[in-house]
Design a protein around this ligand. Structure first.
Ligand SMILES: *[C@@H]1O[C@H](CO)[C@@H](O)[C@H](O)[C@H]1NC(C)=O
Ligand SMILES: *[C@@H]1O[C@H](CO)[C@@H](O)[C@H](O)[C@H]1NC(C)=O
Length: 473
């Protein structure tokens, strides 16, 4: 102790000297100061800089708009969307330019449980710019970037198909359609955040971890905020404004008449006019980020680049579900594998029989990103077609219990540029562009454990598709 006390004066002098040198260096410009991302340095020589506030508020009289002007039920893309105490506000002097409230949002309750989902003033209100000052205050705090806001409970969220095949897929369809109308021809910026107001903790995650793994890889900068964030904002006596946001709401999407024929959340997004290749930016980015490379296929479905990944024949991938519920009769599963292997022996394709639940995320995406045909019983594995390269040969073959039909993977396939076949045992059916199977039917054995399939019939269709002469491009 005594020795420390003896040295204390020297220590103080040393600190004062260092401080003095720092200020001297700063004033002579020997040390840099100024704006740094995230915070502002006080620049001593130029006091004006310190007085300038950050521009992260906007007047609440700025009106909400629909970029691109497309009204899509359940997928409402809005610029300058206000939020105060847990209620969205659309500020507009032309309410007729917007869909009705029930086409935008619903009360955040489970669907089909007898709940009244009709939205109230708690969820969303329309106000005029003249009312804005009183209701919202003069200025709103700006939440920058593009925010996706799936406004639903966890009921249909923690599932690969619902999350990627409906929420993100539908959102991207509407967003890219709107951007080609109003903005540049390049890829529009990816979302900066996903805000889940009615999701607590891990409720959005699927058990195999595909949702989180793929969204973090595809969009490494994305923030996923949940009810705690929503509550933080709601508790404050402040107005926030989303620069660009999409309110995504399943019940609101189902208010569109297309939903009556297809029973799918993304039915309403089929109303927008979008490039056939609209999903490609997301597919390519995701595959490239997950694998570290992007397989390029030619018209025959053969991988031709990069050189380290070329294949000799198209990949045919059978996604096996024999470990789970809803599966093929064991003998028919074996018969399908045998028929596919015979195709391989006759030099038509390379066959992969895979169980996704036993593979890493990288392995799952890789086999699909190199495939030209995927086959499986109706189920989540077929959502992986999102990563299959579209080509004149690309095909999704979905096996149903006899006479059953639902549209989940058919709508995806059509949107992705893959040909879709429904299989009932030995009968395969496909529909050209613009034509659809009529009706939805769940037979008693829809979720059965011995769904029949006649392997040779499936193999025959694959043979025809992979050996037919293609029209010259
Ligand atoms: C969709 O886009 C195509 C090509 O740009 C155009 O010819 C067609 O008229 C559009 N259809 C609608 C309904 O906007
Ligand atoms: C499936 O098709 C095969 C070939 O036509 C037939 O032999 C078999 O009986 C069918 N199975 C069922 C359950 O209909």
């Amino acid at each position: 102790m005594p020795s420390f006390r003896r040295h204390l004066p020297y220590l103080i002098v040393l600190i004062l000297l260092l401080l003095g040198f720092y200020h001297f260096a700063l004033s002579k410009g020997l040390i840099e100061s100024g704006e740094r991302p995230g915070f502002t340095y006080r620049k001593l020589r130029d006091g004006s800089l310190a007085k300038k506030p950050h521009k992260d508020t906007t007047p609440t009289t700025i009106e909400t708009t629909i970029p691109g002007g497309e009204v899509v039920y359940g997928f409402s893309l809005l610029d300058q969307l206000y939020l105060r105490k847990g209620t969205f506000y659309i500020v507009t002097s032309d309410k007729a330019a917007f869909p009705l409230k029930r086409h935008i949002i619903a009360r955040p309750l489970d669907i089909g449980a007898g709940n009244d989902l009709d939205p109230t003033d708690k969820e969303l209100q329309f106000i005029t710019p003249a009312e804005a000052n009183e209701v919202l205050g003069a200025r709103a705090l700006l939440v920058d970037g593009f925010s996706l806001i799936p406004y639903d409970t966890e009921q249909f969220m923690n599932h690969f198909y619902h999350w990627w095949g409906e929420i993100l897929f539908g959102a991207w369809r509407v967003y890219s359609a709107s951007m080609t109308i109003s903005e540049a021809d390049s890829v529009p910026p990816f979302p900066s955040r996903i805000l889940l107001p009615h999701i607590f903790g891990n409720e959005w995650r699927d058990r195999p971890g595909v949702n989180a793994g793929l969204v973090r890889t595809a969009f490494p900068s994305i923030n996923i905020e949940k009810s705690d964030y929503w509550d933080d904002l709601a508790l404050l006596d402040k107005t926030f404004v989303f620069k660009r946001a999409m309110i995504i709401c399943r019940a609101a999407a189902h208010t569109h008449k297309f939903s009556q024929s297809w029973h799918k959340m993304i039915s309403s997004t089929m109303t927008v006019n979008v490039s056939d290749a609209f999903w490609e930016p997301i597919r390519r980015t995701t595959v490239e980020h997950v694998l570290g490379y992007l397989p390029q296929v030619n018209n025959r479905g053969v991988v031709v680049s990069p050189p380290s990944a070329v294949s000799e024949m198209p990949f045919v991938t059978y996604i096996v579900r024999q470990g789970g519920s809803r599966r093929l009769a064991e003998a028919d599963h074996n018969g399908l594998v045998k028929a596919l292997k015979e195709l391989e022996w006759s030099g038509i394709c390379q066959v992969h029989v895979v169980q996704m639940e036993k593979m890493s995320l990288e392995q799952q995406v890789e086999v699909i990103a190199r495939s030209t045909v995927i086959i499986g019983v109706h189920g989540n594995g077929l959502t992986h077609q999102l990563w299959m390269p579209p080509s004149p040969q690309s095909t999704v073959i979905e096996i149903f219990a006899s006479k059953s039909y639902v549209y989940d993977y058919e709508i995806l396939a059509r949107n992705l540029g893959h040909t879709h076949y429904a299989v009932w045992n030995d009968t395969l059916t496909t529909f050209p562009k613009g034509e659809f199977y009529k009706g939805i039917h769940y037979s008693q054995d829809f979720h059965g454990l011995s769904i029949p399939v006649h392997g040779p019939a499936v193999a025959q269709v694959i043979r025809e598709r992979l050996t037919r002469r293609l029209p010259k491009a």
